[in-house]
Design a binder for this molecule. Structure first.
Ligand code: 1CP
Length: 345
């Protein structure tokens, strides 16, 4: 990318801007009719992710529809567990289901080595999307956090409380640490390859940080996210790439998130315990409109969005986004409306 100064990268560098850059978590997805049209052609969601041309088309859909300031790779965080041989399938209305989840300590000890080449389809999608994008629109590559990937791998599916995972972790602490370090190494190699293929920014999704108490969060999640970020910051290929950390409603204070050395913290909605004054000049901030607001009237959307923008006004390095992903029930016209009112503010 030759343009020195895309708005999104300026915000990630903690510059004060009159208009924030805008992108949305799950900006490509089921709420878009053009997505559903492509999705119909594939029975298994992961088969669609394994087609780099289709991933490129899907990543471009929200850019073309809403002229957003950043694109995100179209893929999924569960590509890594799939590459570890855990057999990830997506079942309609149920979500991801693993055919070989981690059920015992021997499953951890017998895990096959992670080969980043098994995910060549992802790197090809990255380079296709980078080639399709205008030069001044950065591309975000991503992975799950080690903790979130371990939680899915042990639970074997999604869950409200990940009870099975938490029981397993308590009973097998050393092996869990071994698993987390294996996944951390895999995330590093995977993200490095994404950057080599054209990703300009990295986002790490710790979507299940919320199920851990403060002590567990530090021990099983933050520690490994920190090592992943440190490995990326110390590698020649990735050292200059801004890193965004999304941690879903974590039970920790602001400094704990800042001390991960992420360049930007992506806030879950309603994270009122996060102190933006402490974050100022240390990290950029992304977020955090409650996506449910987008099911309300235009008046409510405008009122809540203005409230949020007032709150972050003048913050050096503010990126407009939602507090979590766009859900399938959201009307794309409201995404257009939201984008317009943020730019007009
Ligand atoms: O059938 C379908 O059409 C599948 C719907 C879908 C889509 C569009 C899934 C299944 N994943 C995705 C794409 C996706 N996932 C992207 C790229 C698209 C974009 O953002 O524009 C990204 C970045 C993700 C990341 C992802 N996958 C996360 C982290 C973000 C978050 O929402 O917290 C997580 C947790 C997943 C797992 C996942 N993927 C899909 C489902 C149904 C789930 C399980 C969610 C759960 O446990 O409740």
């Amino acid at each position: 990318m030759n343009n020195p100064d895309p708005l999104f990268l300026r915000a990630l560098n903690k510059n004060k801007l009159s208009t924030p850059p805008i992108w949305y978590m799950r900006q490509a997805g089921r709420y878009m009719p053009e997505y559903r049209k492509v999705r119909k052609k594939f029975k298994n969601f992961l088969d669609m992710c394994k087609n780099p041309d289709v991933c490129c088309e899907l990543a471009m859909q929200p850019i073309n529809a809403f002229e957003l300031d950043a694109a995100i790779l179209f893929s999924d965080i569960l590509t890594i567990p799939d590459a570890f041989g855990l057999g990830v399938k997506f079942i309609e209305k149920e979500g991801p289901v693993f055919t070989n989840p981690i059920e015992s300590t021997s499953d951890i000890n017998n895990l096959i080595p992670f080969d980043p080449e098994n995910l060549n389809y992802v790197y090809k999608a990255v380079s296709n999307i980078r080639n399709a994008l205008p030069e001044d629109i950065p591309l975000i590559g991503f992975s799950g956090s080690p903790w979130t990937l371990a939680a899915y791998s042990i639970e074997g599916k999604s869950s409200k409380d990940f009870r099975k995972t938490l029981d397993f972790v308590k009973a097998n602490q050393d092996e869990t640490h071994f698993l987390l370090s294996r996944i951390t190494d895999a995330c590093f190699l995977y993200l490095r390859k994404q950057v080599q293929s054209g990703a300009n920014v990295i986002q790490i999704f710790d979507s299940w940080a919320n199920i851990l108490n403060t002590k567990e969060l530090e021990e099983y999640s933050i520690n490994y996210t920190k090592s992943l970020i440190s490995a990326l910051k110390n590698d020649q290929v990735t050292s200059e790439i801004p890193i965004i950390l999304f941690s879903r409603d974590p039970k920790c204070n602001t400094d704990t998130l800042i001390n991960t050395s992420a360049d930007c913290i992506s806030l879950y909605w309603g994270m009122d315990n996060f102190d933006i004054n402490l974050a100022k000049d240390k990290v950029a901030i992304q977020g955090n409109l409650n996506p449910r607001i987008l099911l309300e009237s235009k008046d409510v959307i405008k009122k809540e969005t203005h409230k949020l923008l007032d709150n972050f006004k003048g913050f050096p390095g503010y990126i407009f986004n939602l507090g979590h992903g766009i859900t399938p029930d959201i009307d794309p016209n409201n995404i257009k409306y939201l984008t317009d009112i943020v730019r007009e503010f």
